[in-house]
Design a protein around this ligand. Sequence first.
Ligand SMILES: Cc1cc2nc3c(=O)[nH]c(=O)nc-3n(C[C@H](O)[C@H](O)[C@H](O)COP(=O)(O)OP(=O)(O)OC[C@H]3O[C@@H](n4cnc5c(N)ncnc54)[C@H](O)[C@@H]3O)c2cc1C
Ligand code: SF4
Length: 338
Amino acid sequence: MINFQYARANDVADAVRQIATDPTAKFIAGGTNLIDLMKEDVERPARLIDISRLPLTSVEQTAGGGLKIGALVPNSDLAYHPLIAQRYPMVASAILAGASAQLRNMASTGGNLLQRTRCAYFYDTATPCNKREPGSGCSAITGLNRGHAILGTSEACIATHPSDMCVALIALDAKVHVAGPAGERAIALADFHRLPGDTPQRDTNLAPNEIVTAVELPARGFATNYTYLKIRDRLSYAFALVSVAAALELDGSTIKEARLALGGVAHKPWRDPAAEAALRGQPANSAGFAQAADVLLRDARGYGHNSFKIDLARRAIVRALTQAARGTPQSQSNKKIL
Ligand SMILES: Cc1cc2nc3c(=O)[nH]c(=O)nc-3n(C[C@H](O)[C@H](O)[C@H](O)COP(=O)(O)OP(=O)(O)OC[C@H]3O[C@@H](n4cnc5c(N)ncnc54)[C@H](O)[C@@H]3O)c2cc1C
Ligand code: SF4
């Protein structure tokens, strides 16, 4: 048993004040990721600051017609919130494709953004891992890397970000609201998670003394032509090998606007403006979808066990865009399971 202190934050200002006084402290929300990491001795916070009772549990409409989602809204509540189900069903689909019902009841919106990679070497303290112990090496590059990244990798780390929800959020241009000692700021989700580079120990651009307070979605929800497609080893309770958030706005059979983001392929949810540009103004057909997939995957690189992901991603993109164009989202099967 490794000792740690526990304290509950009274409000956001108190949470920020507490974390500022102790750089080894960690916030705990639902605890579904952090407690696992502590049990495996991957994370050793000297102090846990419990933020689970902070009043960050509302889903509110914004003046601009969007939605502001409190950082402590549980994943289940968010997926079944009427405004999400009606206006942002791709977010609901993505959340329901992740974890299990019990986990989603505990998991928070903020914790989902900040969950850490599922790379097995990161969890195994007997092996080198630059993310866990900077400078020790990456066991995955020449090891078992079937689930690892094919885009945006570095010589230091080829881990993936495991969140499903974030893939839909990035496709929809979400923003993350944070608070810290210097006040509040908003970060585009596209700039929130980092590529590994030579600092894979840093997953995000959140400062260590900042707290996530909310996620904001803009008005445009792409509720008619969307799909969240998750390819995994089992139908449920498994992380994505490849996932695709695809959303289209159609004018007849021509694509007016396109959004395309991938999960399971990079250190961050992967969205590529060039692939979206390749779709805009084109007919919504499989030839155009395949071309956009080629654009998105132009720099993809396999590491042996995970090389199959490049072709899998290509086919998943075409299938997701085809489903989106037909207005047949993947979410239906997930809803039935629940
Ligand atoms: C068996 C299993 C299967 C899973 N399958 C999937 C899956 O298929 N898809 C998927 O997307 N997810 C999956 N998950 C992950 C799950 O979604 C995350 O564990 C969960 O979203 C984390 O939320 P939490 O509130 O429990 O975070 P916590 O564990 O409480 O915290 C996680 C991290 O976030 C930090 N943190 C939390 N809230 C804040 C905040 N407001 N501000 C700043 N820092 C904060 C904590 O300090 C910690 O570092 C799975 C988890 C398990 C255990
Ligand atoms: S891929 Fe990243 S997390 Fe996995 S062993 Fe290498 S450095 Fe560690």
